[in-house]
Design a protein. Structure first.
Length: 191
């Protein structure tokens, strides 16, 4: 007895499906997956980071920040993913008009959820690394005041560091900005 083959989709089918559904879905290797909804702490952290980055971008016309509804296209895998926040230097390069997906992120932020933690830290990070413009990855825990940073120093050399505690600050090397941990975690309670 053979296992039933799972249906795979083309990029065009995915884009059509997502537009019709009116919800966010990721696309990877021909598979379409619905995005999980965020928790209140997840949404607070994402909102706080987006607000902090937006304030920085007002003084930096060379940079633009996008929220979690902005897709990123990974050409090597014909994949579309949604980060929690993304910063682009210069003009966003779109994959194709219908997809409205960015191909040139500089900095990507992911708020870690229990269901996506391993994927965000491993496979998704490796997938993002295929984009030449991608220089910095920021992983933000929602269950503790801790941020993990990875910065591309050379094409195949990444350095990582961690920042912990509400009295600390996160320095984003790619855009030369510090964000206070207390601002990142504003209104987030830990058990």
């Amino acid at each position: 007895m053979t296992a039933a083959k799972e249906k795979t989709y083309t990029v065009a089918e995915y884009l059509y499906f997502e537009r019709r559904a009116g919800e966010r879905y990721t696309f990877h290797n021909g598979k379409i997956e619905r995005m999980a909804g965020g928790t209140i702490p997840h949404n607070r952290i994402a909102r706080n980071i987006l607000g902090l980055l937006y304030n920085v971008m007002n003084r930096r016309p060379d940079l633009e920040v996008f929220a979690s509804d902005q897709k990123i296209y990974l050409p090597k895998y014909h994949a579309y993913v949604y980060p929690d926040a993304v910063v682009v230097a210069g003009v966003p390069i779109e994959s194709e008009e219908e997809a409205s997906a960015i191909m040139n992120p500089l900095l990507i932020v992911e708020v870690l959820s229990p269901s996506t933690l391993n994927y965000d830290r491993n496979q998704k990070f490796m997938d993002y690394q295929t984009l030449p413009s991608f220089k910095e990855y920021v992983l933000v825990r929602q269950d503790a005041p801790e941020v993990i940073l990875a910065f591309r120093e050379e094409p195949d050399l990444w350095r990582s560091s961690e920042v912990a505690g509400l009295d600390s600050a996160v320095f984003l090397r790619s855009i030369e900005v510090s964000l206070s941990m207390s601002d990142i975690y504003n209104k987030v309670e830990f058990s």
